[in-house]
Design a protein around this ligand. Structure first.
Ligand SMILES: Cc1cc2nc3c(=O)[nH]c(=O)nc-3n(C[C@H](O)[C@H](O)[C@H](O)COP(=O)(O)OP(=O)(O)OC[C@H]3O[C@@H](n4cnc5c(N)ncnc54)[C@H](O)[C@@H]3O)c2cc1C
Length: 388
């Protein structure tokens, strides 16, 4: 049975883009997914050999310019990669996804020529990976006021404090640290092997299970002025601007999980027989399947429109927030119903729905929690009052 997401995308993107989407999907199906369940059952992160394969496939350089050895693609390519890999597993999609949209993006947007020359060629091939160091144990939604501090010392800066929830930390070569400085906040590019940097994989994370999520402590780490990304005391702008693209990526993974669940449900509803016929003939089952299909079709149309706006430089932060809120909320609510449609078999790991159900929670909370983003998106609707 043809995947519904493919049918919708055929009408939304041109043949070249579709070919890219399909080739990434084939790559994952042939090279990655045959081993996935074993990794899941063994509580194993994506092995380095699979990271290398993704690097060879060019997945870390999708949006990096050909001048730096990347694929020279647009945000639309990145989103198609998110849809394609996220259909299988969000941990798979977020690994090159975060490396691109959160790791390489700040360098592409704000890096000096020297920083681009130094990092982008290796980022494009996956030899290097950057972590987006915004969240801290005491600063989640309130990320504009980091407790990590960079103090001026002779010859540069000294960084102290801790970042957490750092996606890709295990494989990272550098972390972009958002730190408090005297007159604002500043982003510093810090090598993971610098003296005083200590990474630990966060234990007990029960979703995005094959994705690396680390905490990174900075114990008086020394950096120089050359390691500042963008302007001094203007760090939060770098973080916030980066997140607009990241939120589109979260929306793509939400829709990909929904697309997987839709295909699973409509196939199961035609095969599984109860009361002398397929369960798909019951209207309550049909309702769930149709609701999923409507949200998927609408969501994909909206996502491609906003991604094109991103590529033409017209996407607003409110639109990026709204699609992230809407796709993650609807997809995760529908996943519970999708599991109900399939009954007990939905609880088996090999059936795949529990994985997507769990992973969709991150889409609600990550890259700005939906609650917080609602205030951001509502503000222009009621400009005359102060919202909490
Ligand atoms: C698997 C995973 C990967 C992640 N990867 C990264 C990463 O690579 N880099 C990175 O920097 N961060 C990362 N994050 C962190 C993520 O961005 C934060 O979890 C998110 O910003 C929310 O912060 P918090 O979890 O501390 O929640 P809190 O800020 O403590 O919020 C708790 C609750 O209070 C609500 N709340 C807080 N303030 C308000 C408000 N003003 N209005 C309404 N409600 C409010 C929130 O909506 C939420 O429901 C990751 C998180 C996860 C789970």
């Amino acid at each position: 049975m043809k995947r519904m997401m493919d049918s919708y995308l055929e009408k939304l993107v041109d043949d070249d883009k579709l070919l890219f989407y399909q080739s990434v999907s084939d790559f994952a199906e042939e090279n990655i997914m045959p081993n996935w369940l074993d990794w899941e059952r063994n509580h194993q992160l994506i092995p380095d050999s699979a990271i290398d394969l993704m690097g060879d496939m060019g997945l870390f350089g999708t949006t990096i310019s050909e001048d730096y050895g990347g694929q020279g693609g647009s945000q639309l390519d990145l989103i198609l990669m998110g849809l394609s890999l996220g259909y299988h597993a969000q941990s798979l999609a977020i690994t090159p996804g975060a490396a691109s949209s959160l790791g390489a993006k700040p360098i592409q947007l704000f890096g000096s020529d020297e920083q681009k020359q130094l990092h982008l060629p290796d980022l494009a091939t996956g030899k290097r990976m950057f972590v987006f160091g915004l969240s801290e144990p005491g600063r989640g939604s309130d990320a504009a006021n980091p407790q990590v501090r960079a103090s001026k010392v002779e010859g540069g800066w000294q960084i102290k404090g801790e970042k957490c929830w750092s996606t890709n930390a295990k494989w990272a070569s550098h972390v972009v640290v958002h730190a408090m400085t005297d007159d604002g906040t500043t982003c510093f590019i810090v090598p993971m092997d610098a003296p005083g940097v200590n990474y630990q994989e966060m234990a007990g994370k029960d979703l995005w299970k094959q994705s690396s999520t680390g905490s990174i402590a900075f114990d008086g780490v020394k950096v120089t002025d050359d390691d500042i990304l963008g302007e001094l005391n203007n760090g939060f702008k770098i973080m916030v601007q980066t997140l607009n693209g990241g939120r589109l990526f979260i929306a793509s993974m939400s829709l990909a999980s929904l697309a997987f669940a839709l295909d699973k449900c409509r196939s199961y509803a035609q095969e599984r027989e109860q009361f002398d016929g397929p369960i798909g003939r019951f209207q309550r089952v049909q309702d769930v399947i149709l609701d999923m299909d409507i949200v998927l079709e609408q969501g994909l149309n909206w996502l491609i429109t906003l991604t094109n706006q991103y590529d033409s430089g017209t996407l607003t932060k409110e639109s990026a927030a709204k699609i992230k809120i809407d796709c993650s909320r609807k997809a995760s609510d529908l996943l519970t119903l999708a599991m109900e449609v399939c009954g007990g078999v939905a609880s088996l790991d090999e059936f795949g729905l529990t994985r997507h159900h769990r992973d969709l929670f991150v889409c609600r909370v990550g890259e700005g929690s939906n609650f917080v983003l609602k205030s951001l998106a509502t503000r222009p609707l009621m400009p005359d009052i102060t919202l909490q």
